[in-house]
Write a protein that binds this ligand. Structure first.
Ligand SMILES: [Fe+2]
Ligand SMILES: [Fe+2]
Length: 378
């Protein structure tokens, strides 16, 4: 239908849109407003459920903004989904620009969980429950906590150097790594406080230095993740989960419980990343299996300076004193028996993680280290 006016005056001229009016307004005054380009967005209902975490990143991000490209040519720090601007200088020559380099399905969820579960070593640990302990127990606590202070530094330091190597188009895993660095700083500080809070202090450094290990030398993110998240943090998580066995007060129990909650998130990141690589980049499966081969040699032999439940260095001797309840031979023997149970748990949980990552065929086809399977059966 036509209106009376159109019948008499011909077709009506289309009115300029608000955007066009704004552009004209700017032009008249000598400045550009073309960055006001209207975004084309599908309408949607966004429900914010405060009972279940509020407005979460994975719910807020949508449509074209949520699409992480398979390959990124973003060298300018442009936020994913933002319009690019001509002549922007490069700010990064990112090494990680292919999705399978670093991606996982649930990085935003893990990041949001990290934000929600931050805690403070200053006020969330009941330090007042620390009481004077027998000298050999206090020494052992301080030695184990010295080792953990050293380990936690590595666990923050190593992923930290990959953050600036990652394109902003993969911001979810990037932000997760930032949250991990914060978590590890807190772990470092809580174990340092434990060495100092009950009359002891920092003790012997780990031989050869934990930081000198393969984790730190990895030149590929997936390799680093397998060695750090699956192996290093995996064995520490299994140990923390048995924290009640090596605690002598509620403060130590709280430290292990809260640290385990963070570590389970870091391990989950590694498992989900390996799963993504195994599914989307099958040519890398053999390479990943070769990292697992190396990891299993240490686990099967019960050696390795990342794992106090293994043998042969100050922190592992301290762990046996704590588990056995003293430094006399009978207590040490009891501590060794419980340390073996810790190693069994570490191996069983490692096997489960590798299966979830979609690489469990190694436990069926004979590739897994034979001694490792003895632990699982034990
Ligand atoms: Fe940690
Ligand atoms: Fe960690």
């Amino acid at each position: 239908m036509t209106t009376e006016e159109q019948r008499t005056e011909g077709p009506a001229k289309p009115q300029p849109s608000v955007y066009e009016q704004l552009l004209a307004y700017g032009r008249e005054r000598g400045y550009k407003l073309d960055w006001l380009r209207p975004a084309v967005m599908p309408s949607r209902d966004l429900t914010v459920d405060l009972e279940h975490g509020g407005l979460l990143l994975q719910d807020a991000d949508f449509g074209p903004f949520a699409e992480a490209p398979e390959w990124s040519d973003n060298m300018t720090g442009r936020p994913r989904g933002a319009a690019s601007r001509a002549n922007t200088p490069r700010v990064g020559n990112y090494a990680l620009r292919t999705k399978a380099d670093i991606w996982l399905k649930n990085a935003a969820q893990l990041y949001e969980e990290a934000v929600q579960r931050q805690w403070s070593s200053a006020v969330d640990i009941p330090w007042e429950t620390l009481e004077e302990l027998p000298d050999e127990i206090e020494r052992a606590e301080c030695q184990l906590a010295t080792f953990l202070t050293e380990v936690e530094f590595v666990a923050g330091d190593v992923p930290g150097k990959w953050i600036s190597e990652t394109t902003p188009d993969y911001y979810e895993p990037r932000m997760f790594l930032i949250s991990q660095v914060m978590d590890e700083a807190r772990h470092l500080d809580v174990f340092r406080k434990r060495t100092l809070a009950n009359g002891g202090g920092l003790m012997l450094q780990t031989p050869a230095g934990v930081a000198g290990g393969e984790i730190d030398r990895a030149r590929d993110f997936t390799e680093m993740s397998a060695r750090l998240h699956i192996s290093g943090e995996g064995v520490v998580l299994s140990l923390f989960r048995m924290g009640e066995r090596m605690s002598y007060n509620d403060a130590e129990k709280a430290i292990y419980r809260l640290a385990a909650s963070d570590e389970s998130r870091h391990v989950a990141f590694g498992v989900m990343h390996l799963q993504y690589v195994a599914q989307t980049d099958p040519e890398r499966r053999e390479e990943i299996h070769s990292y697992l081969d190396e990891i299993e040699v240490g686990m099967a032999a019960g050696i390795g300076v990342q794992n106090p439940a293994a043998r042969g260095f100050a922190a592992s001797e301290a762990l046996r004193v704590l588990l056995g309840g003293g430094a006399d031979p009978a207590s040490i023997a009891e501590g060794e028996r419980i340390a073996l149970a810790v190693r069994q748990r570490q191996v069983k949980e490692y096997v489960q993680r590798v299966k979830v990552a979609g690489l469990g065929e190694r436990f069926e086809n004979g590739r897994a280290h034979p001694n490792l399977m003895e632990y699982v059966r034990g």
